[in-house]
Design a protein around this ligand. Structure first.
Ligand code: GDP
Ligand code: MG
Length: 675
């Protein structure tokens, strides 16, 4: 089990306590840091050197406790219990020390070697809080090191303490934590029954978990006892279980009493609560009535700025750049006496197709920089908070909005972010509605059609598409919740981090995450799809390339009637939509190629103007917003739901919804005499 190579350090802590920041600071990695809970849902590994040795750090999802309620808690707990980590660095948000120490208590109960990183002491001291770390450490029985992860302060000391503890003999609290006499008696009793049995975990911890009613631990125990031992165990357990929830509550109480006894006198905060800037801002931004309209206004401003900056600052230079590169490539091929087909492939497939996608990069950079600012400042957490009421009114919990916001970047992490949801019902719904979010890959499609038909109203169109995606997601959430996934709405309290001045490092990193994904797809999936389609478009020999008689044209013509009721029944559009299932940008790349092929030097924009009308452009954008997710998302849905059936379901039902939406818009528009 253990890596032989290097010692392992696990980072454990509440969401938003600074684990990923610490991880990045230690390892030099570049993982997504966000000022809101629920950003890291997988464990991530990295390495660093200290004193000539290499250590492996594992960044775990943020958790509040070590129960077994949600998948991310299980990931963290299993990893710690596996015995793999040689030491646990427990990252504690100093401004919320009492609540954070609840988890610390549970880590200590597990017998883990724990070093507490008392993080965000900069914020704590600006709130006039102070800490007696020596006393805290003595009472906890674990080293406590003050840190400011975002400024890399205290990290050497922290690592030194962790390494020291790693080498120490097994820690073991001298005195086990007491949960009050009545509980302690029962714990001891169960512990006696379990004594000497081959359990993978410390007996006392197992006993406490059993009394808390932990089903996972129970089945683990049942599996590791002989039938005789099991009888004995079940007898004692059923007696104790009669006390049921009382015991579980007393155990929780016991932990809080312990936390209080640790902090009492060692944590000082001002007598009078001062209203912070965060409090003032939140009075407005999370206001009962104003919160939602303000969220809409902020998003609208983001789009407005994106278009204003994108057009005025960057203007045409990327398009010109792509044109120049295309010209240079062609000149080069000409000089090398390259065969005619290679020149055609380069001009039509690479420059016309893949190049068409790259032209939109400046706008995407701006959009994601602005979104990154909102995220790192802590505003995105408020967005989920103000959506809570709306979500609840359609039978979803507010927390389901968090994966939806992640989906604005890309649906793959969006679907993965549903792991923070506790029950399967909420999670399945959140997974199935995630693809309705406008992910980054759909943006080039919108931008191309906006440039062709609505150049003066870019922000309005983008904003409307984003809102429509959210509305459809809510509607489908309601329908799914009343049909396939009936059940109670679970409750949730969104924890709001303080507002922070966004750091350039985080904003640029998050923006780059999205842009890099974009570039990688352009160089892989889209490149492959375009190459394949190019071959189909020029075959068979003898017919007009890109004509309706080419293989591609025939395939497109076969599919096209499906989309006739939506107004875009030309074969090119159909082929574009289908290639978009490989990756959404491929829609634009395909359209770019098929039009670049027909007529030398035809710009995608003017080709679109010839093939679509404003109305069919709108219905086409709605189709691309809602229809079948890309294969990467479908694969993630399969993995996260554990069944190919749900991926297939997602593919088919969203296709149906996209089609319905597009047809509806087109037909209503026609009745109204638009287009
Ligand atoms: P995680 O959810 O525990 O992984 O937390 P992150 O590493 O994503 O950090 C959450 C937020 O806290 C980010 O906005 C960080 O920039 C910020 N942050 C992390 N450590 C510190 C710190 O020591 N001081 C301050 N002021 N901010 C911090
Ligand atoms: Mg994190």
């Amino acid at each position: 089990m253990k890596h032989q190579m290097s010692k392992i350090i696990a980072l454990v802590g509440n969401p938003n306590s600074g684990k990923t920041t610490l991880f990045n600071a230690l390892t030099g990695a570049n993982h997504h840091v966000g000022n809101w809970p629920g950003v890291t849902v997988e464990r991530k590994e990295g390495q660093f050197r200290f004193g000539g040795d290499v250590y492996t750090v594992v960044d775990l999802p943020g958790i509040y406790s070590l129960g077994a309620f949600s998948e991310d808690e299980m990931v963290a707990r299993d990893f710690i219990l596996s015995g793999e980590p040689d030491v646990v660095i427990n990252v504690v948000d100093a401004t919320n020390i009492e609540r954070n120490l609840y988890l610390t208590t549970q880590l200590l109960e597990m017998g883990a070697k724990v070093v507490v990183a008392l993080n965000m002491v900069d914020e704590a001291s600006s709130l006039s809080m102070s800490f007696d770390t020596e006393t805290l450490a003595k009472r906890l029985g674990a080293p406590v090191v003050p840190t400011v992860a975002s400024k890399r302060k205290g990290l050497d000391d922290l690592v030194a303490k962790a390494v020291e503890l790693m080498q120490a003999s097994p820690q073991g609290r001298k005195q086990p934590l007491s949960y009050g006499e009545s509980v302690d008696v029962q714990v001891t009793r169960l512990q006696e029954v379990l004594a000497g049995k081959k359990l993978a975990y410390p007996e006392r911890w197992v006993a406490v978990k059993l009394l808390e009613g932990d089903a996972h631990v129970r089945s683990m125990v049942q599996a590791s006892l002989t039938s005789h031992e099991l009888q004995e165990f079940e007898r004692v357990y059923s007696e104790l279980a009669a006390h049921g929830s009382d015991l579980a509550l007393e155990i929780v109480d016991g932990r809080y009493r312990f936390v209080h006894s640790v902090t009492n006198g060692a944590v000082n905060r001002p007598k009078e609560q001062v209203l912070t800037l965060t409090d003032h801002l939140d009075r407005v931004l999370t206001h009962k009535y104003w919160g939602l309209p303000l969220f809409a206004l902020i998003m609208f401003t983001v789009f407005q700025l994106t278009f204003a900056l994108g057009q005025d600052v960057f203007g045409e230079w990327v398009a010109e750049g792509v044109g120049l590169v295309g010209g240079a490539l062609d000149g080069l091929l000409l000089r090398m006496n390259a065969p005619e087909w290679l020149r055609a492939y380069t001009a039509e497939g690479l420059v016309g197709g893949v190049g068409a996608v790259l032209e939109f990069i400046p706008l995407i950079v701006i959009l994601y920089t602005l979104m990154g600012l909102l995220e790192d400042s802590g505003y995105m957490a408020r967005a989920a908070y103000v959506m809570d009421n709306t979500m609840r009114s359609v039978g979803l919990q507010g927390k389901t909005f968090v994966p939806l916001i992640v989906g604005f970047g890309c649906n793959v992490p969006g679907v993965m972010a549903t792991r923070t949801l506790e029950n399967r019902r909420d999670r399945m719904i959140a997974i199935l509605i995630n693809p309705f979010m406008s992910c980054g890959a759909k943006i080039p499609i919108y931008l191309a059609f906006i440039a062709a038909f609505f150049p003066a109203h870019g922000a309005v169109v983008m904003f409307s598409l984003y809102v429509l995606g959210i509305l459809v997601a809510l509607l489908m959430g309601k329908i799914l919740g009343n049909t396939l996934f009936k059940g109670e709405v679970s409750h949730f309290l969104m924890e709001l981090p303080p507002y922070r001045i966004p750091t350039i490092r985080n904003v640029v990193r998050n923006m780059w995450d999205n842009v890099a994904g974009f570039l990688v797809r352009a160089g892989t999936v889209i490149f492959l799809v375009i190459s394949l389609l190019w071959v189909l478009a020029v075959l068979p020999g003898g017919v007009e390339p890109y004509g309706s008689e080419s293989v591609l044209g025939r395939i497109g013509t076969l599919i096209a009637p499906i989309f006739a009721p939506a107004g875009f029944g030309n074969w090119q559009a159909s082929v574009g939509l289908f290639s978009g299932i490989a990756a959404k940008e491929a829609v634009v790349a395909t359209l770019g190629m098929v039009y670049a092929g027909v007529e030398e030097g035809v710009e995608l924009i003017s080709a679109l103007q010839g093939a679509f009308t404003p109305l069919t452009a709108l219905s086409f954008m709605i189709m691309t917003l809602l229809y079948t997710p890309c294969v990467a998302t479908l694969a993630t849905i399969r993995k996260e739901t554990g069944s190919a059936k749900w991926a297939l379901f997602s593919a088919i039902y969203s296709f149906g919804i996209g089609w319905l939406g597009a047809v509806l818009v087109f037909q209503v528009g026609r009745l109204l005499g638009v287009g």
